[in-house]
Design a protein around this ligand. Structure first.
Ligand SMILES: Cc1cc2nc3c(=O)[nH]c(=O)nc-3n(C[C@H](O)[C@H](O)[C@H](O)COP(=O)(O)OP(=O)(O)OC[C@H]3O[C@@H](n4cnc5c(N)ncnc54)[C@H](O)[C@@H]3O)c2cc1C
Length: 478
């Protein structure tokens, strides 16, 4: 197998790069060790498209996040991804926090985020009735936005496939070959892939990939972030992203609506060593409720429907790096995409293409590039006439599988046969939300397994949750 550019990692960063590469006549291959796109960090985060107001001014991260934010109106519309410019409120509750507001505003200005405003206590309470009455005032950042991060990655990936890229999933890179000072390709669990250029977008494992070419003068540890999701029916909602005053370690624990109408609270920030430890802990979850309650006192654990954790790829020494080298001239090494990589992905994609061009990549424009990708028709968003029409067209749309989120068999079957086929239970969940409602898959789970098995022609026992070995059934289902 031969690639002009081989991208390692199918998270937000790798998939955005792949999509950007297909704007040119290039043979693009993306490999990922997981059975689905969506990455590791890219599927478990706060889902905010940041403005970069609080980045460290003058850094590459600030440059790329600030540049990326305005791109999302177009990207979300082209790729059919749920996205909303809800805006963020940063409440000052203590005297100390109130005194910090001008400093934060000044920092935002240094990052060229000029549309940041002060809010009076009265205005905050009018915009957010559930805010603590102790609030003294706030900053308002109108372009802080929310997105469905998983559908963003699926959108990037499916659009890249439609424009000619190839995705090899369940394929782990185990080494990189170098001859006469140039990379010749990568060894993978599915064989050798010849490549003119390799881009390392492996997130938490980018240090391992970098070590294959001896460019690992850093290491990456996971910085875990735990979250709660609240039921859509909770009375304790906010209209905006409610951000605490950030500290040096973290942006803090926030509360925000998701694009699907739930409320998200979290995350924690815990430095770990084990790159596979995405567990939640009693202490972590308790600290979320305690901290968020200081801003929004009505938050109640009784409203939670699930909890999860994501692992930020924390580079040591820290900072976003996109490096190229004289002595390995066809390797792009991306590291430190820690806390803003969903946002940054749009600009990182463009930045990497430009870098590859300066490294000698011969890239003629792909004149047939089509930026538009359509998502699977969503039954519960249709009016009655559209519902009748789609059921006439596809009888499987008459069968509701997930009762909490009203997801039909028609949608599930289409996802299984989509350009990046959804072959796992989590792949279905993340694309369609079957299993993301109040019952968390208790009712629809077995039916989803049955449909995946039937459509892929495999036994139900072979269906996995999210990765090799995560089989859902031990033996034959009744
Ligand atoms: C708690 C938390 C909250 C966050 N909140 C936000 C937010 O609100 N907004 C925001 O913009 N960002 C946020 N982030 C950051 C964001 O999620 C990450 O920066 C971003 O997802 C990183 O994307 P990535 O593609 O680099 O990595 P990943 O998504 O981790 O993808 C890397 C991929 O590389 C693959 N891979 C690794 N090694 C190999 C190998 N040897 N062979 C093949 N494939 C390999 C992995 O399987 C994985 O799929 C948050 C992160 C966390 C954890």
């Amino acid at each position: 197998m031969k690639a002009d550019v081989l991208v390692i990692g199918a998270g937000a960063v790798g998939c955005s790069i792949a999509r950007e590469l297909t704007r040119y006549n290039l043979n693009v291959i993306v490999v990922d060790k997981n059975p689905d796109v969506g990455g590791l960090a890219s599927k478990s985060n706060s889902a905010i498209i940041h403005t970069g107001y609080d980045a460290s001014p003058g850094t590459l991260e600030s440059e790329l996040v600030v540049a990326a934010n305005p791109m999302y109106d177009k990207i979300a519309s082209e790729l059919d991804v749920p996205f909303s410019r809800v805006g963020a409120i940063l409440p000052a509750i203590t005297d100390e926090q109130f005194e910090l507001l001008p400093t934060l505003k000044e920092k935002a200005f240094k990052n060229r985020v000029y549309d940041i405003e002060y809010l009076t206590k009265e205005k905050v309470l009018e915009m957010e009735p559930n805010m603590t009455p102790e609030v003294r005032g706030a900053l308002y950042i109108p372009r802080e936005s929310i997105i469905d991060p998983f559908l963003l990655v699926v959108g990037y990936a499916e659009n890249a496939v439609a424009n000619g890229a190839q995705f090899l999933l369940n394929t782990e890179v185990t080494g990189i070959e170098i001859k006469d000072g140039r990379i010749t390709g990568a060894n993978t669990t599915k064989g050798f892939i010849e490549a003119k250029f390799i881009v390392n977008a492996a997130g938490l494992f980018c240090d391992q990939i970098a070590s294959f070419v001896k460019k690992n003068d850093f290491f990456v540890n996971p910085r875990r972030g735990q979250f709660y999701i609240l039921d859509k029916n909770t009375n304790c909602k906010t209209n905006h992203i409610i951000l605490p005053i950030p500290t040096k370690l973290t942006k803090g624990k926030l509360m925000c609506p998701t694009t699907h109408g739930n409320m998200l609270i979290g995350p924690t920030a815990e430095d770990l060593e084990d790159k596979l430890d995405a567990s939640t802990t009693k202490e972590g979850l308790q600290s979320i409720v305690a901290d968020v309650k200081k801003m929004i006192p009505c938050v109640n654990m009784k409203d939670t429907i699930t909890q999860f954790a994501g692992l930020r790829p924390n580079r040591n020494p820290e900072g976003l790096h996109i490096d190229a080298y004289d002595d390995v001239p066809n390797f792009v090494n991306i590291s430190g995409v820690r806390s803003t990589g969903v946002t940054g992905s749009a600009a990182i994609g463009k930045y990497v293409i430009r870098l590859l061009q300066t490294m000698g990549m011969d890239a003629k424009p792909n004149l047939s590039f089509n930026p538009v990708r359509k998502s699977i028709p969503c039954f519960h968003e249709m009016d009655i006439h559209q519902k009748e029409e789609i059921i006439r067209e596809d009888k499987l749309y008459a069968h509701v599988v997930c009762r909490c989120e009203t997801i039909t068999e028609g949608e599930i079957v289409r996802a299984i046969h989509s350009p990046i086929p959804a072959k796992t239970v989590d792949a279905i969940k993340r694309r369609l939300r079957a299993g993301m409602g109040r019952c968390q898959g208790g009712f629809c789970g077995p039916k989803v397994i049955e449909i995946i098995a039937r459509e892929l022609g495999i036994p139900q026992e072979a269906v996995v949750k999210d990765r090799i070995g995560s089989n859902m059934l031990e033996g034959k289902a009744k």
